[in-house]
Ligand binder design. Structure first.
Ligand code: ACM
Length: 766
């Protein structure tokens, strides 16, 4: 008999506490009840998968299992309707409803049981995960288990921003397919933003003819002439309505709902370029590759609402989702304040403030959606101007939006920055991907508990679930979108699906290597930089000490000093390693004896121990720290700089200047493509003393004595990275902090440090 979930959970935990030794199923997200049983059985290519005759949903779930086994293990099983038989995998309609399911594996076979189509699908997913607990191809033994499972939250989401950078239909499908493997069920699809309009709207073709294409920012892109047009090459794209229908159906087959987002009244630069009459000011001349918050707002004319009604009408025809997202975030009101027509309209409507006008705007749009049987969802700013209780609020500026919303009777979804903003880099490693500078590691994402403690039990019913967001300003390629998502999205999935008592970091980390192997077996990208070992050295006497970093919280570092590849039996790294120069250290991270990612080879020499990448340096402040990619070369690998764009200034902490007489600094230039309004005036530089400016190095602090000055003249001629070299006054020895700043007159381009090397006397050959 099926137990009520919470009782079942308690009894399962008690069972484990009572000394059940078998390891938990290596399933992510963790199921509610996971009881190891005696026995088990072998799945081979002769194992049939059987579903009740005529049951389309059970057939689909059975086919999903067969497809996943084939893709991961190369096992081709036959799927057929029929009566239960020993040794088979059976799909069966039983008690668990909706997304809930039971899964039993024993000597006589495996049974997936649910009355719900989604439940059968998720049961298939879990059974596939049991069959891929260990890597390998071909037949597999599955240990006996009884699993009972159901989700904690109804909304288990990822947001994909296809506006800042466009992704192909194939990529979006693959992204959806992968979400389904983690029992995520909602794709919030950000289709409109300042930088691009990505959805074909039949009535307004210029939205995509004009609004879907742009020249990327910066001189490198401006100089990249497309021979077909004789003009700078544009990037972008859009989804035709046919493609959208295909993607929506593909998602539905995987029990994923797509919630489209059409941004308003702000983040509307692209549609206003396409149809200037929609705007509230002098129209912008062209689509733009800038990031940040643009000033352009839709106006509040009746014609504009007619446009929005038309657009939403086509959106509703394409997307069957109950919810339609209308954005509502970051609409700076300057253009409404200075526009006489908008002000006259406010008077006529007796609306006292621009914030209230936004409330009126969103409420009008909500009426349109409600009249078509849909519900409005928006970012938490929609609360500010007042909105009907029927609107759902997505809390992104922390969790206050969710708390206020639930207390006012709105449904809400927790999607707070920075923890669930997967545009934050996941590691401090210099080869980490571009993104927001503040690191949001796997463990931080995992440890997030979405239910606000400030809500009482009634208010808690308004919390629909949890969602992580992939904003793609700094994800130029599809691979990067996938890498920034994984493995963190697996942690989000567990938070969204698994009951509170089943969430345990150590246990998750134990299940992670199997999850990584599954992804590898399917050819799915996983960001491994955070799981790899890297080194920071510093000189000590004639030798060095080396600190090993990486896989924090997930694994342990093992290393060798004899050039051999590390194994799980190699010495465990605990303390900084003292070593002579010229040594090679090889290191790798393991969990429970299993390697997490590739190994690293670290050469310890006079240069490497005195070199720091920008990501190894400390930014002087943390106002708006980004890990940015150079804009050149247009094609191929580009340098990445960690930089606080409000205060480009870096500190090399504890640099040892003993015996150092020269310094080498690789520098690059970034286009200043940030819409930050008047805040740009807060960015201050010391004035240059030569026409092209210089890099200044100070010791002790950023107010300390200048110990090196490197003119930038040479570097201005290059679009990529330039290595500058010059004298440094090392007489003060060390250790001491070095501060790096640039003198310049304007913010554009903005100079950035790529890496710094202090050159010791014996190493002048460089
Ligand atoms: C947002 O990050 N502007 C919702």
């Amino acid at each position: 008999m099926r137990l009520p979930l919470l009782i079942a959970l308690a009894s399962s935990l008690a069972g484990l506490a009572a000394g059940a030794q078998a390891a938990p199923a290596r399933i992510i997200p963790a199921p509610v009840v996971d009881t190891p049983l005696e026995g088990g059985y072998q799945v081979t290519s002769r194992t049939p998968i059987i579903y009740p005759p005529g049951d389309k949903d059970a057939q689909a779930a059975a086919q999903r299992l067969a497809e996943l086994l084939d893709r991961s293990r190369g096992l081709k099983l036959s799927v057929r309707p029929g009566r239960p038989q020993a040794g088979a995998i059976l799909f069966k309609r039983g008690e668990p409803t909706g997304e809930a399911y039971e899964l039993d594996v024993g000597a006589s076979g495996a049974v997936v049981n649910s009355s719900g189509a989604a439940g059968l699908f998720y049961g298939a997913t879990s059974l596939w995960q049991l069959a891929t607990e260990s890597p390998g191809k071909g037949p597999v033994s599955i240990a006996g288990r009884h699993i009972e499972d159901a989700p904690r939250f109804a909304w288990r989401g990822l947001m994909l921003d296809s506006a800042r950078h466009f992704q192909s239909v194939e990529f979006v499908k693959g992204f959806i397919d992968r979400m389904a493997m983690s029992k995520l069920n909602t794709l919030h699809w950000h289709l409109v933003d300042d930088q691009g309009w990505r959805l074909e709207i039949k009535k307004y073709p210029r939205l995509t003819e004009v609004g879907a294409w742009r020249v990327p920012a910066g001189p490198a892109a401006a100089a990249d002439i497309d021979p077909a047009t004789g003009k700078p090459r544009v990037i972008g794209g859009y989804y035709t309505q046919g493609q959208v229908r295909e993607i929506v159906a593909y998602a539905a087959a995987r029990h994923i709902t797509i919630v489209p987002e059409i941004e308003m009244p702000g983040h509307a630069h692209a549609p206003i370029v396409a149809y200037p009459e929609l705007g509230s000011s002098t129209p912008p001349p062209a689509t733009s590759g800038d990031w940040g918050v643009f000033p352009y707002l839709y106006n509040v004319d009746e014609k504009t609402f007619a446009f929005l009604d038309d657009v939403l009408g086509e959106v509703i025809d394409l997307f069957p989702s109950r919810y339609i997202h209308v954005g509502g975030d970051e609409a700076v009101k300057e253009q409404w304040k200075s526009n006489p027509t908008v002000q006259a309209r406010m008077k006529e409507l007796h609306i006292a403030s621009e914030t209230a006008l936004q409330g009126w705007f969103i409420s009008r749009v909500e009426q349109t959606l409600n009249a078509r049987g849909r519900r409005l969802i928006g970012w938490d700013e929609i609360l500010e101007g007042g909105v009907a209780q029927s609107a759902t609020v997505m809390s992104w500026r922390g969790i206050d939006g969710a708390i206020i919303a639930a207390k006012l009777g709105h449904d809400t979804i927790l999607s707070p920055a920075p923890t669930l903003y997967l545009n934050h880099r996941q590691t401090t490693a210099p080869d980490g991907l571009p993104g927001r500078g503040q690191v949001v590691g796997l463990r931080e994402v995992y440890d997030y508990e979405p239910m606000p403690t400030a809500l009482n039990p009634d208010e808690r019913h308004h919390v629909l679930g949890v969602q992580a967001n992939l904003w793609t300003e700094h994800m130029r390629t599809e691979d990067r979108v996938a890498l920034m998502a994984y493995p963190r999205a697996a942690a989000v999935a567990e938070t969204a699906w698994s009951q509170v008592g089943r969430k345990d970091w150590k246990d998750f980390a134990d299940r992670l290597p199997a999850e990584l192997e599954r992804s590898r077996s399917l050819g799915q990208p996983v960001d491994e930089t955070a799981l790899q070992v890297r080194a920071l050295g510093r000189p000590v006497g004639q030798g060095a000490t080396v600190i090993l970093l990486g896989a924090e919280d997930v694994g342990e570092i093992r290393y060798t000093r004899d050039g051999s590849a590390p194994t799980a039996m190699s010495p465990l790294y605990r303390d900084p390693i003292s070593t002579p120069l010229g040594a090679t250290i090889r290191a790798e991270a393991f969990r429970n004896g299993q390697a997490l990612a590739g190994g690293s080879t670290i050469k310890v020499d006079a240069r490497s121990i005195r070199t720091r990448a920008s990501q190894d340096l400390k930014t002087c402040r943390e106002d708006l720290v980004l890990n940015l990619e150079d804009d050149a070369p247009v094609r191929g690998e580009r340098a990445r700089f960690l930089i606080d764009i409000m205060n480009p200034c870096w500190i090399y902490e504890g640099a040892d200047l003993s015996g150092v007489s020269q310094i080498e600094v690789a520098v690059g230039q970034l286009p200043f493509n940030f819409q930050i309004g008047n805040d740009v005036e807060k960015i201050k530089f010391r004035p240059p003393t030569t026409p092209d400016g210089e890099l200044e190095v100070r010791q002790g602090s950023c107010e300390g004595a200048v110990v090196a000055t490197l003119p930038l003249a040479l570097a201005t001629k290059s679009q990529g990275v330039t290595v500058l070299r010059g004298q440094i006054d090392g007489s003060a020895g060390g250790p001491r902090d070095l501060c790096f700043t640039f003198t310049q007159k304007t913010v554009d381009p903005m100079w950035a440090v790529d890496r710094v090397t202090l050159i010791a006397g014996a190493d002048h050959g460089g």
